[in-house]
Write a protein that binds this ligand. Structure first.
Ligand code: GRF
Length: 213
């Protein structure tokens, strides 16, 4: 069994930022702080909230579609400057290139980058996971936290949480609670990674003591 220990970390985000803030809150409880938060959308409330917490927060604009090499070069420089070892994507709506992910590689293309995704992967990679599951009438749907590889939303899953459709009377009803659930899951995974590191055994990455819910 191999173990990869936790270290300096950073968060990349684009949107409302609830997952980024959940990670920051959990980190604080564990006496940790991200090296910086990187935001690629100027509308994100994180650009105001994060500096108020005394945490460096950078805005680097990026192209809407595809890989943006100019954005990535700047992001990579920041990661090097701050010696970032672990990266958390928290609603970061930007595809990262093969080369960028490779820079964080642990083995076989799997990186020290984590992402939270709104579907039970491998179902519904890409955007709109919850909506797709709801529209397709899936009885069960949920979110996944996974390690990032150069292929979109397809790296090894560390944790998944499922919900039963029958507990919700509408999609909006489901949307009311799903972010809170995501935030709790990301916090749990973060704490486990900090305390136990990432384990690798028999070709499989996992977090000790973590079971899907
Ligand atoms: C979440 O639903 C996450 O699963 C997806 O993007 C959304 C980000 O939400 N990747 P927030 O910005 O963290 O509130």
């Amino acid at each position: 069994m191999e173990s990869f220990s936790f270290g300096n970390f950073s968060i990349f985000a684009s949107g409302t930022g609830t997952n980024a803030l959940a990670l920051i809150e959990k980190a604080k409880e564990l006496s940790l702080v991200p090296e910086f938060v990187l935001v690629n959308k100027k509308e994100s409330p994180l650009l105001k909230i994060v500096p108020e917490m005394g945490i460096p927060c950078f805005f680097i604009e990026s192209k809407i579609k595809g890989v943006d090499s100019e954005f990535e070069a700047k992001a990579k420089n920041l990661c090097e400057e701050y010696d970032v070892e672990w990266l958390f994507l928290a609603g970061f709506l930007k595809i990262l290139s093969f080369d960028f992910v490779k820079g964080f590689e642990i083995r076989d293309g799997v990186s020290r980058i984590l992402n939270i995704h709104p579907s039970l992967l491998p179902k519904y990679p890409g955007l709109g996971g919850y909506k797709k599951a709801w529209t397709n009438g899936d009885e069960t749907f949920g979110h996944s936290i996974h390690l990032v590889t150069p292929d979109l939303d397809s790296g090894p899953t560390l944790f998944q949480k499922s919900y039963d459709r029958k507990n919700y009377n509408s999609f909006d009803h489901f949307l009311e609670t799903c972010k809170r659930e995501e935030n709790d899951s990301y916090k749990k995974v973060f704490q486990n990674l900090v305390e136990n590191g990432l384990s690798f055994e028999h070709g499989h990455f996992y977090l000790k003591g973590t079971t899907n819910e």
